[in-house]
Design a protein around this ligand. Structure first.
Ligand code: PEP
Length: 249
């Protein structure tokens, strides 16, 4: 069974609620697609207006983060049930900015991944190496650790529905894209890791995105690689270019 491509925008800390609705309207005619799943990862405060604005379209909404507790005294956090009730389908977890600036660990991310599944949310779990780690030759060791801990106690049936985003940190927001060969090498390695943890069927179904300066000019080459099932897109998701990335063929 061929895997469906999935192209997700990560808006990061951009777009006020009214700007968000305007962007959805601008992108509406551009992101239509029969064969690509389209997702907007939006700031928490934009979730409700964006869910409303994409109603009746092919676009699903992702949160950019979520807490792993059900409810209670966690000032400032957002629970999985809140996301589900608001109409969110996906949640981006373990983005390198959250790992770096907010000190999220693989163990934290694992708790969030498990909670997301418990509530029927699809996690888009990010992993990726720094430039130093790449130069040290430990890229795949590092990524395998992130995947193995991030997916601890995740069942094969859950893993089959998950999305992993491979995002080399040195390529995020820098304009320095990994070559399609570099991106494919790691995405293939992630699939092999999933096959070892589960089985070949699970590895064949899980979707693995590439992220890191994806744009309208490089999407086609990246997404044509056999183990790259689409992209997680930062900067270019805020522009009309996002439509060209969705319709990359
Ligand atoms: C990201 O933040 O997930 C990302 C890939 O950003 P950019 O596309 O801007 O590199």
């Amino acid at each position: 069974m061929a895997r469906r491509k999935i192209v997700a925008g990560n808006w990061k800390m951009n777009m006020t609620p009214s700007e968000a609705v305007a962007l959805v309207e601008t992108l509406k005619p551009l992101v239509q697609s029969e064969d690509v799943d389209v997702v907007y990862g939006v700031p928490a405060i934009d979730i409700i207006p964006v869910v409303e604005a994409v109603k009746g379209t092919n676009v699903a909404v992702a949160a950019e983060n979520m807490y792993f507790e059900e409810k209670g005294a966690y000032t400032g956090e957002i629970s999985p049930a809140m996301l589900v009730d608001a109409g969110v389908k996906y949640v981006i977890l373990g983005h390198s900015e959250r790992r770096d600036y907010f000190k999220e660990t693989d163990a934290d991310i694992n708790k969030k991944v498990l909670k997301a599944f418990e509530h029927g949310l699809t996690p888009i779990m990010c992993c990726g190496e720094s430039l130093e780690q790449r130069q040290q030759g430990i890229t795949m060791d590092w990524i395998r650790q992130q995947v193995k801990i991030g997916f601890q106690n995740v069942t094969a049936d859950q893993a089959k529905t998950a999305v992993i985003a491979y995002e080399p940190i040195w390529a995020i927001g820098t304009g320095m894209t990994a070559t399609s060969e570099q991106a494919e090498e790691v995405c293939k390695g992630i699939r092999e890791c999933i096959a070892e943890m589960y089985d070949d069927a699970t590895a064949a179904e899980i979707r693995i995105q590439y992220g890191g300066s994806v744009n309208a000019g490089n999407a086609a080459e990246l997404f044509a690689m056999p183990d790259i099932d689409g992209g997680l897109v930062g900067g270019a998701s805020l522009k009309a270019d996002f439509g060209k990335i969705v319709n990359y063929k």
